[in-house]
Ligand binder design. Structure first.
Ligand code: FES
Length: 141
């Protein structure tokens, strides 16, 4: 028996929308919206963005110094505005080992690597790749 019982219409986990706001690195508010929890087990797209996270929790490195935290914020904003929280999952990562091409984002299931990203590139990636199914070749590395 759970301590807290959800009442209809919230007793169906797939209908729950959870909005978590938290301060990311003291700089950016990140919105994590889980709309359909079941689909997150196997999202349509899974995005990994290097924010130069170290195992000790500190962020140090080229992607971080080149604004990757802002890119995570832009990605989260596109997900929210396009109502894609049930289809697109995003995680920030540690170094991919190709720092000179950072900031890096890898898009699965295709395994497409984008590099030298800025926040201005994110809208195009969502227009063409995430919603259009077409790789943005000018940003591909
Ligand atoms: S710090 Fe991002 S690839 Fe190395």
């Amino acid at each position: 028996m759970y301590k807290y019982q959800l009442k209809p219409p919230f007793n169906d986990i797939t209908s729950i929308k959870v909005l978590i706001l938290y301060k990311f690195n003291g700089k950016v508010d990140i919105y994590l919206s889980i709309r359909e929890a079941d689909s997150m087990i196997n999202p349509k797209y899974h995005l990994f963005i290097c924010t130069s996270c170290r195992v000790n929790g500190k962020q140090q490195g080229l992607c971080y110094s080149k604004g990757s935290v802002d890119i995570v914020g832009s990605v989260m904003q596109e997900i929210e505005e396009r109502d894609l929280s049930g289809e697109v999952m995003v995680n920030n990562t540690g170094c991919f080992g190709i720092c000179d091409k950072g900031p890096i984002m890898v898009v699965y299931p295709q395994g497409v690597w984008y590099g030298n990203l800025t926040s201005d590139d994110i809208e195009e990636i969502f227009d063409k790749h995430i919603e259009g199914g077409e790789v943005v070749t000018r940003l591909q590395i």
